[in-house]
Design a binder for this molecule. Structure first.
Ligand code: AMP
Ligand code: GLY
Length: 429
C-alpha cells in the first residue's frame, strides 16, 4: 500500500515509522515532515491547509491511505474534503472533530450525556456584560478556577489559575487583550479539579471502541510540574498505578458514553478519540477530548504496539473494529522530549545536532524527530520541541533510564529537557 502522513512533529515521525514497519506498506510520503522523517519517507512540499493540492497529490500518486496527525486540518474538514473526492483518509470529519475544536461544544456535550467533568459556565466575549458576569462567578466561587478559550490555541488557551486574582486576569486576557484572537470569542470558566492526570486514547469506528494503553503526559516545562504548559515534555505508557477497576470505570463512564452520545447526536466519529482525564477523589473526570493521537503520548504507545497499524486504521475507517483487540509488548515505554532553550517562549533555531548516528544502532531506542531540518546529511534544530527520545524496558524505570541515556548523547547549543519524566508514577511505588 501507499501511505501518506500529514504533519511534522514527533507524533508524525512515530506514525511514519510504525506504518512503514507494516508488511503491507510499499511506499510512504509525508507532508511537510521534518529532518528525521526525511530519512525514512518521501517529503511532499505542499501547504497542509490546501486540501485540494493534498487531494490532487494523493490521486496523482495513487495513495491508498492518508493519515492526519494534527488537529487543525481535522477541525477544518480535511476528512470531509477527501471523502468527497472518494479518497481514503484516517481521522474524524469536522463535525466530529469539533469535540476538540470547541471547548464550549465539548463541555455542553459532556453535560448533556452525563459524562463526569468539572462544573462550568460559558461566556461570550462580545457580550458587554461578560467581564462583570465572569467576575461575579469567580468571586462567588472563591476558589481558583480554570479558564479556557473556546477555540484552538495551540494548547495555550487553557489557564489553570492559582487564586481568584489570577482567574480574573485570565479572563481579562481573553476579553480585553484578545490574547487568543477569535479562539477567545467564547470562553469557559470551570472548577479546578485535582488528582492525577492520565490519557486514554482509543480507535473508534463510529460505533466500536478499541482502547490503547494508558499513558501519562508531562505538560509543564520545568521539573516537578512547574512553569507554563507546553505541548508535552515527555510521556510514558502504560500507567502502572491505573488499576483495572479504574480503567473500567473510565471506559464505562467516559469513553463509552462519549461514543454513544456522539452517535445519538448524529455524529459519526471515526479515528482516534483521546480523552484527557483527571483521577479525582470522586472518580475519573474528563478534562478534554482531542480528535487525534497525542504528542508525545503516541511515541511510547506506538513503540509498544505489536499489531499492524495500517490494518487497524483500515478497520477503523470501514467500521470493522468489532471484536478487534490490539497486541502489545509486555513492557513499559518512555519518551523524553529534548527541546530548544526558551520553549514554550521564544527560542533559537538552526543549531547543529551531534550524537544521533551512534544512537541509531542501539536496540530498543528510537529518536523521533520533531522540530528538525536535514541539510547536507546534517541535522539542525528547527523548532521548540526537537526530539522525543523513546525507549522501552521491563520496568518503567528501565525504559526511562534507556531514554535518558539517549538524551545524554545528543548535543546541540541550548539543549533543554526535563530530568524527572515519570516521577508521578514512582510516588506510587
Ligand atoms: P485541556 O486543553 O482542556 O486539557 O487543558 C490543558 C491542561 O490544563 C490539562 O491537561 C490539565 O492539566 C489542565 N486542566 C484543564 N482543565 C482542568 C480542570 N478543570 N482542573 C484542573 N486542571 C485542568
Ligand atoms: N500531549 C497533549 C496533546 O497531544 O494534546
Amino acid at each position: 500500500m501507499k501511505i501518506f502522513v500529514i504533519g511534522s512533529g514527533g507524533r508524525e515521525h512515530t506514525l511514519v515509522w510504525k506504518l512503514n514497519n507494516s508488511e503491507i506498506c510499499e511506499e510512504i510520503y509525508c507532508c511537510p515532515g521534518n529532518g528525521g522523517i526525511q530519512q525514512e519517507a518521501e517529503i511532499v512540499n505542499l501547504d497542509i491547509s490546501d486540501f485540494k493540492s493534498l487531494a490532487d497529490f494523493t490521486k496523482e500518486k495513487s495513495i491508498d491511505l492518508t493519515v492526519v496527525g494534527p488537529e487543525i486540518p481535522l477541525v477544518n474538514g480535511i476528512v470531509n474534503f477527501f471523502n468527497e473526492c472518494g479518497l481514503k483518509i484516517f481521522g474524524p470529519t469536522k463535525e466530529a472533530a469539533i469535540l476538540e475544536g470547541s471547548k464550549v461544544f465539548a463541555k455542553q456535550f459532556m453535560k448533556k450525556h452525563n459524562i463526569p467533568a468539572a462544573d462550568f459556565a460559558v461566556f461570550d466575549s462580545s457580550d458587554g456584560e461578560c467581564l462583570k458576569k465572569a467576575r461575579e462567578l469567580i468571586n462567588r466561587n472563591e476558589n481558583a478556577m480554570v479558564v479556557k478559550a473556546d477555540g484552538l490555541a495551540a494548547g495555550k488557551g487553557v489557564t489553570v489559575c492559582k487564586n481568584v486574582a489570577e482567574t480574573e486576569w485570565a479572563v481579562e486576557r481573553i476579553v480585553l487583550r484578545k490574547a487568543f484572537g477569535s479562539a477567545g470569542n467564547k470562553f469557559v470558566i470551570e472548577d479546578k479539579l485535582s488528582g492525577e492526570e492520565v490519557s486514554i486514547l482509543a480507535f473508534v469506528d463510529g460505533e466500536n471502541i478499541v482502547p490503547m494503553l494508558s499513558s501519562q503526559d508531562y505538560k509543564q516545562i520545568y521539573d516537578s510540574d512547574s512553569g507554563p504548559n507546553t505541548g508535552g515534555m515527555g510521556a510514558y505508557a502504560p500507567v502502572p498505578f491505573l488499576s483495572s477497576e479504574v480503567n473500567k470505570e473510565i471506559y464505562d463512564k467516559i469513553i463509552l458514553p462519549t461514543v454513544k452520545g456522539l452517535k445519538e447526536d448524529g455524529i459519526v466519529y471515526k479515528g482516534v478519540l483521546y480523552a484527557g482525564l483527571m483521577l479525582t477523589e470522586d472518580g475519573p473526570k474528563a478534562l478534554e477530548f482531542n480528535c487525534r493521537f497525542g504528542d508525545p503520548e503516541t511515541q511510547p504507545i506506538l513503540f509498544l504496539l505489536k499489531s499492524d497499524l495500517i490494518e487497524i486504521m483500515e478497520k477503523t475507517i470501514n467500521g470493522e473494529l468489532k471484536g478487534v483487540s490490539l497486541e502489545w509488548n509486555d513492557k513499559f515505554s518512555a519518551c523524553v522530549v529534548v527541546a530548544s532553550e526558551g520553549y514554550p517562549g521564544s527560542y533559537t533555531k538552526g543549531m547543529n545536532v551531534t550524537g544521533l548516528k551512534e544512537l541509531k544502532t542501539i536496540e530498543n531506542l528510537k529518536v523521533f524527530h520533531a522540530g528538525t531540518k536535514l541539510v547536507d546529511d546534517k541535522i539542525f534544530t528547527n523548532g521548540g520541541r526537537v526530539f522525543g527520545v523513546t525507549s522501552s524496558g521491563k520496568t518503567l524505570r528501565e525504559s526511562l533510564d534507556n531514554a535518558y541515556m539517549g538524551v545524554d548523547r545528543i548535543s546541540f547549543e541550548g539543549k533543554y529537557f526535563r530530568k524527572d519524566i515519570g516521577f508521578r508514577a514512582f510516588r506510587y511505588e
